[in-house]
Design a protein around this ligand. Structure first.
Ligand code: PHE
Length: 468
């Protein structure tokens, strides 16, 4: 059967789609909170350093593997190693990871849909109560929203790379950027906003320690959608006329700028809500913050703009987060689909159907993990805590495995595919690459410093999560 893999229509199409994947909850919520807790601008410098010197080379390696082979992660590892079984297994990790991330990311996005509906119906005050989140996530009606959301996601994916993924990103990414900027300007006009700005932007180097360094690297890694097989697959849809180094740079800049802007929005909003906020008390989990804390922040604005005004601002904010989550979700569900198309020689339509069935199957127990079912709510016990099915999937595939997948990409690129192969691919569509300082840096670091750092982060995360 003919394979309908698809291709992005242009460099801009690729950049928007990859940025659509990269911009997600990590940028809009996790980054601002991490930055404010860990030394403000000091954290920002560290983060930028990691983006430029560790993540950017790994991004290029992933994209090059995809474009070279025109394959999904399994196909890419396999074809560049002449069918070596061990490397094929490494490629499978690049499918399993996005497959499982999609499971819990779907559930979070379903909650966003419910919150949007509640706010639209005038329920911002109800969502701002302490018990609201626990009540929302245990509603049986979540299944209806789950089906609704998955129908949207799979309809988009049925449209293919150009007509589905790229078209969605072309509409949503500029909209998201405009909404973010407008909302930020609005929040900056509120009383006490400047206290939040100070917290965010004044560097405090005394907060730096090993765990902050570790956290900054992990955050940079998943914010750019690295180690999820996404960039390998998107690389396979990227044309050979354009430059990988330059396009990748644009994606990294877009992703980092959105994270930075989100900080300008969230922190002043928090301080306007409560001038005495102690950032040590802010939740570390972006999920907890967004669903439990953010509605209260918006409700508090009613003194200034009235209840309807506060609801409108909250609705815009949640729409923004929903758009960011939807483009990320679509990008991650595409990875197994590309695998079914390439490896099982399926048509896109069949592959989309297969993945729709599989994702629904796994998303059900994840949806039931927060109170709906006892079995899935108290699913496993490790690290001294009882964890739900949702937590388990998130801990393993989101918190832990990404640096390890990044490590395998580096080792594979440097020692199996070889640096000459990487350089040759990066020179296609880029006349400046050969002989550049960038090339020298990548050739030096991708098989040495970068995998060592990634392995260290992986080991320390494993010890923190599972063996405390
Ligand atoms: N890069 C996303 C973020 O910053 C992470 C992500 C990508 C999650 C794709 C799921 C799917 O939140």
């Amino acid at each position: 059967m003919a394979q309908d893999r698809g291709e992005f229509s242009s460099k801009l199409g690729f950049i928007l789609a990859a940025a659509g994947s990269a911009v997600g909850l990590g940028n809009l919520v996790a980054f601002p909170v991490m930055a404010s807790k860990n030394g403000g601008a000091a954290f920002l410098f560290l983060y930028l350093f990691f983006i430029a010197f560790i993540c950017y080379p790994v991004m290029m390696a992933e994209i090059s593997m995809g474009r070279r082979t025109q394959r999904n992660p399994v196909g890419a590892f396999s074809s560049l190693s002449d069918g070596n079984k061990g490397w094929r297994i490494a490629g499978m990790l690049g499918i399993l990871t996005p497959f499982m991330i999609a499971v819990f990311y779907t559930v979070i996005t379903v909650w966003l849909v419910v919150y949007l509906k509640e706010i639209a119906l005038g329920g911002l005050d109800r969502l701002s109560t302490e018990a609201a989140f626990g009540e929302v996530v245990a509603r049986p009606s979540l299944f209806g929203y789950l089906v609704f959301l998955l129908a949207i996601v799979f309809l988009i994916l049925l449209g293919g790379v150009k007509g589905g993924i790229e078209r969605l990103a072309r509409v949503l990414m500029p909209t998201l950027a405009v909404m973010l900027v407008l909302l930020t300007f609005f929040v900056l006009t509120l009383d006490n906003a400047s206290a939040g700005l100070r917290y965010y932007l004044v560097p405090d180097f005394s907060k730096m320690n090993l765990s902050v360094v570790n956290g900054a690297l992990s955050q940079a890694f998943f914010s750019l959608s690295l180690g999820m097989g996404i960039l390998i697959t998107y690389g396979s849809y990227f044309n050979r006329e354009d430059s990988i180094p330059k396009s990748t740079r644009m994606v990294a800049i877009a992703d980092t700028s959105i994270a930075f802007f989100a900080g300008l929005l969230i922190l002043p909003a928090i301080f306007a809500f409560d001038p005495n906020t102690n950032t040590d008390d802010l939740s570390t989990s972006s999920v907890g913050l967004i669903f439990s804390f953010v509605p209260q922040i918006f409700l508090s604005m009613q003194a200034a703009v009235g209840y309807t005004g506060a609801s409108v601002v909250a609705f815009i904010f949640f729409t923004l987060v929903f758009f960011a989550a939807l483009t990320s979700l679509v990008s991650i569900v595409e990875i197994p689909i590309s695998c079914w198309i390439d490896e099982l020689k399926m048509s896109r339509k069949k592959a989309v159907m297969l993945q729709a069935g599989l994702l629904t199957l796994f998303a059900m127990p994840a949806t039931m993990s927060l109170g709906l079912s006892d079995f899935f709510t108290n699913f496993a016990s490790y690290g001294g805590q009882t964890k739900s099915f949702f937590d388990l999937v998130s801990d393993v595939f989101y918190e832990t495995i990404l640096p390890f997948v990044g490590f395998t990409v580096c080792i594979f690129t440097a020692y199996r595919w070889k640096l000459s192969g990487l350089s040759a691919e990066l020179s296609i569509g880029d006349d400046d690459y050969e002989g550049s300082r960038l090339q020298k840096y990548i050739n030096f670091s991708i098989g040495t410093v970068i995998p060592v750092v990634l392995l260290a982060v992986f080991i320390s995360t494993v010890s923190q999560i599972y063996f405390v």
